[in-house]
Unconditional design. Structure first.
Lengths: 330, 176
């Protein structure tokens, strides 16, 4: 599969990109357990906005089939019959010079939640795959726990220690040292003031939770700064630093293999879970706001989905082997 | 293009005043049902709103709207035909499980969408896609059923998805 040469600014996928998406779909469906294909797909997916848009179309197509899978046999038979009569009528119509319209406008443009930005920095010094938790001890004794689908670089110099977080979440316990310790994200930088804290690189913002000591936040665009004390968490983007709130236990529980939800929206919960789930997880918009509470085992995302299904008015659909969608129970 | 400019809306309102009557009558002659023909006549104008278009003359507009009316009519028949086929499949079941009205509407809508997607595909390609998506068969089994290699099945699957993606892209354009 060739790299797309689309400029990033171009949103609409070209026919060539749609063809690539279709090829990926065919390849991934052939063998859902082909890890190297999955990894190559993720790279392709992260390459441009056009690729992501094209893949959203794949999801929409899959979604149209999902409703029918419950009684796939009846659906397949119906469609075969309808196709046969349609073909014969179309031949008749063609002789009359009538072409059929696309029947498009009746379609509901159901949109899946956008795929997580899995633009992993594959050359990063430290990284974890989806579903993988790892901890690293750096040369100075600083301890890092990487949540699933996380990538970061460590750049240690005589005068400073610097981490660059590309994707995912890292819990950091800094070693006491005189050199400053700074974490850079897309939105700004965080200076540790002797501390334990977690940093998450999200799509468009960074989340910081401080458990010990304090961290100084600096937004890259506006230069705004704020000191966040232990027990606090907040979000910031390149311009603004959000209001502080009590730090969620979940922000360090994952390091012990637990997913702790303290009354959070389902969409947020699933975003968390997706770091530990192979394949894509989507949430239908009408259930995205359902509240989730409880402690869940991170190592078994299927088990977590089953728990959600029994606790909430939702059903788990698996229209494609690597694609799971949560929808309202009808 | 996310908001329709009001001058175009006025233009369509003008076309509506001018042409709605004969379109509805024309549809009624074809369908023999006042309710359906009223719905479909509106759909013609909805489509015109969704895909803005200027006409050089009244004759041009009339010809275009006539063609559009035929399209909605064909689509309507096609939807009916899918519904008919589905009801027959359900009726042929040993124990008749009556689906709820809501579920029925949902399944029918999905069937019509998928039917429209498959309409553009060659026979074997459509069949391979159905077997994989609805019956959950693997490529090897599909290949055996259709008498082609697994490689060919992969090609069919990509071809089918590509056509569906073109439709999705088209749909997006029609909606923005």
């Amino acid at each position: 599969m060739k790299r797309s040469s689309d400029p990033l600014s171009e949103q609409k996928p070209s026919h060539a990109v749609l063809q690539q998406a279709a090829d990926w779909y065919a390849r991934l469906t052939a063998d859902p357990h082909d890890a190297s294909a999955g990894e190559a797909w993720r790279r392709w997916h992260g390459q441009s906005e056009a690729h992501r848009q094209a893949w959203q179309y794949v999801e929409r197509v899959a979604r149209r089939f999902a409703t029918l899978q419950e009684d796939g046999d009846a659906a397949a038979r119906t469609l075969r019959t309808a196709r046969r009569t349609d073909l014969s009528r179309r031949q008749a119509l063609r002789t009359l010079g009538v072409a059929s319209g696309g029947a498009l406008l009746g379609w509901l443009g159901w949109r899946a939640t956008p795929l997580p930005q899995l633009l992993m920095a594959w050359q990063a010094d430290y990284r974890t795959a989806t579903g993988e938790l790892r901890d690293f001890l750096l040369a100075d004794g600083t301890h890092l726990w990487l949540n699933g689908a996380t990538a970061l670089d460590a750049d240690y110099r005589p005068e400073r220690r610097r981490l660059r977080l590309f994707a995912g979440e890292v819990l950091i316990e800094t070693a006491a040292e005189t050199r400053p310790f700074v974490v850079d994200t897309e939105q700004g930088s965080l200076r540790a003031l002797g501390t334990r804290f977690s940093v998450t690189q999200q799509d468009g913002f960074t989340r910081l939770a401080v458990f010990d000591g304090a961290v100084e936040v600096r937004a890259a665009g506006s230069g705004a700064t704020r000191i966040v004390e232990a027990g606090q968490q907040l979000r910031f983007d390149r311009q603004a630093i959000g209001a502080g709130e009590p730090a969620a236990a979940a922000r360090q529980a994952w390091a012990r293999g637990m997913l702790v939800a303290g009354d959070i929206p389902l969409a947020e919960f699933v975003e968390e879970l997706s770091r530990h789930h192979r394949g894509h997880l989507a949430v239908a918009p009408e259930i995205a706001g359902l509240r989730v509470m409880g402690t869940y085992p991170l190592h078994d995302s299927e088990q977590v989905l089953a728990m959600l299904e029994s606790a909430l008015p939702i059903v788990v659909h698996r229209p494609l082997p690597w694609w799971t969608s949560l929808e309202a129970r009808r | 293009m996310s908001t329709l400019d009001t001058s175009y809306q006025q233009q369509v309102a003008h076309y509506y005043a001018e042409h709605h009557g004969w379109i509805r009558a024309w549809l009624y002659r074809r369908l023999g049902n006042a309710c359906d023909s009223a719905d479909l006549a509106h759909e013609v104008f909805l489509r015109l709103l969704a895909k803005p278009r200027r006409f050089d003359s009244a004759g041009h507009a009339r010809a275009y709207l006539h063609g559009m009316s035929r399209h909605v009519c064909v689509d309507f028949w096609r939807r009916r035909q899918v519904e008919q086929a589905w009801l027959e499949v359900l009726a042929g079941r040993p124990e008749a499980v009556a689906p709820s009205e809501e579920h029925r509407a949902l399944v029918l809508e999905a069937l019509q969408q998928v039917h429209a997607m498959l309409a553009r595909l060659p026979e074997k390609v459509a069949e391979a896609f159905l077997l994989a998506q609805l019956e959950g068969l693997g490529y090897r089994t599909i290949g055996e059923r259709l008498g082609v290699s697994e490689r060919t099945v992969t090609k069919y699957m990509a071809q089918a998805m590509y056509q569906c993606l073109l439709l999705e892209a088209e749909l997006d354009e029609a909606l923005v």
